[in-house]
Write a protein that binds this ligand. Sequence first.
Ligand code: ADP
Ligand code: MG
Length: 744
Amino acid sequence: MGISQKIIDQRESLPTFEYKNELIDAIREYNVLVVIGETGSGKTTQIPQYILEGLPELKKIGVTQPRRIAAITVAKRVSEEQGVRLGSTVGYTIRFDDITSPDTQLKYMTDGVLLREATQDPHLSQYSVVVIDEAHERTLETDVLFGLLKKTQRLRPDLKILIMSATLDVEKFSDFFDGCPIFEIPGRTFPVDIVEYKDAQRLASLKSNVVDHAVDAAWHVHTEESAGDVLVFLTGQNDIERACRAFQERVKTESTRCFDQSVKETSVYPLYASLETYDQKAVFEQPKEGVRKVVFATNVAQTSVTIPGIRYVIDSGFVKEKTYDANTGMDALLVTEISQAAAIQRAGRAGRTAPGKAYRLYTQDSFDHMLPDTVPEIQRSSLLGTVLALKKMNIVDVVNFEFIDPPDEKLVRNALKQLYLLGAIDDVGKLTALGHKMSHFPLSPSLARVLVSSAEEYGCSHEVLTMASILAGENDLFRAPSARSRGGQQAVMEAEECKLRFAHHAGDHMTYLNVWYEWKRHDKSRSWCKENWINHKVLESAVSVRRQLVDVMDKIRLPIKRAPRWTPDEKKKKKKNGRIGNDEHGRQVDPVPILKSFLSGYFTNIANKGANRAVFSHYSPDQHLTEGMTAEVNDFMGSPSSSLVALHLHPLCSFSDMLDRNRIRYSELDWVMYMHVTYTNKAVMKGVSKIVWDWIKSGEGRDRIRKLPNTRLNGEDAPNVLEMDHDAQEAEREKIYQDEKKQE
Ligand code: ADP
Ligand code: MG
């Protein structure tokens, strides 16, 4: 593959190019270096190539990205710039998708992937250079990597570490790495005027109307401002889709045109972190003469990607962020106010190529009250997976782990307690045999626990693997058309009808299995999925995920067993509206061992039916540790009234449809287990199945709660884990590494 002159010119026009030789020299000289430069200056795509080109003695380069999508697009772009096939010398690895080969010298990957690699090989011996990119995003994984790299550095003084960041607050990174040098690439930016959009004062309180106001502001910019593209920051896919439609509607119906005669029409783009929109390259390309590009985007456009030509920014002042509530133990995405740093970044996006303007949908006063910096993810996340990974690396003293910004101790304690309940650590905080097995899976500790139980206890890993593979993805299995989209109400009805055909009386888990087998019976057909309103991509990816999980099971010698099944009674089959049998031969699969397996990992995600139709009460895991253990229910869960969180069924839940159509009665539901909760204007459960109280009563989780060393993992007293001697731990860890090295 040749490299076009256009690509060469483009590369040479980037701000980093001027500093190529200086950068190479600095990397040669220093083992840890912080590089700072404006978004779009060429850090991500160029600097790793400079290392390839200028420091051939350094072999493999690993570059982390906080977002999967960024890892993919950047790797694609860089392979083009290098004139090589993607997956040869330049490749990428994201969870469940590895596009690299033994020849790969430059590997882009998510920070999560590098973290997993570090758990398997703390020396990161395959790399000569590790680049932590977009460090300013401060994702959970990036933050943990900082701490680990500091240790790796001591074990491997030859390793080159590069930290790349877009914001000014980089002293923090440098301080963390013992005052390492900072290389600054001067930006080429233009001034940006900050404008308070009319009515900002009044709008400040109207979070719910933010889409309408953003569309209004976009319209204002379009009609009143001279040529230049517009970038609007909203919070999520739904809002963005809605805004795109509303704006297009307005273009169609209003007669007002832009006062600037050179602007003839607009083209509208959504941009959020799913493959589909990124595949749509047009958003990154220059629009045709006379066309104004209007992009409605999430936070991805804040620093991760650069859209050329933006002169106007509209900032809603909100972002959707992961938030963990340590009291209820629930992790959720919530719409929250942005920080001042984020507001400044957003505005800055208007001044990349010419002077620009940023319209804020909030007042200066609101700005003054925003947090100066975004709270790092590590301080607002469940640390379950993180703590398990650290334990796996023999870092027993997780509370004293060297974090750049340590999380609240309560979060760490919570994670320890949860891991104890899952059986992954013992009462002195050491990883158990079960915990070791769990840590092999690239899944949440809960889901990993489910797989282990399904293999070792309940003999149904064959089926559970399938369900876990579907659940491991980020997308919903069923497609839910909105009444406003093409097809309208008719499509909504049709989709519901289809969903109902697969619905299993035990809930979503078994429903997924029904879909899986029917799909297989239809030769994994894409058109069959389309007809049945099923997301083909979810099933397709589940096939590959399943294969990889099977490899893990084989590696740690977990058996793959099928759950009991039987041929359904013909009469009964009729009575159930000719429901599809759930395996590939139309036989019924026993749901009990399957649901019990899931409960072993999710026994804290259970809810009890409330008096209202379709409203459940969540029981906080903390409750069952603090309340007295007397009556049957209260014994385990604590007093129900004190721990109520109202939970609703998500419309995609099979129970939602079944209840709507009276296929089941509400009274038939009692206890349910759910996979996760999302928040809209209320808390909504997804992945919901029926469970029986007796299972909980006799289950593993309950056993462990009984045995829970109250004074250690509960209340004020610190568990032993937290009191272990730091230096002794370090010494022990060092020894293990040396032993491992010897064995190699
Ligand atoms: P930084 O990491 O400093 O934000 P990048 O290296 O990501 O900068 O991008 C530098 C420039 O390369 C961008 O401004 C853009 O012009 C160009 N670029 C990056 N990715 C692509 C792509 N996929 N297609 C076309 N151009 C791209
Ligand atoms: Mg970058």
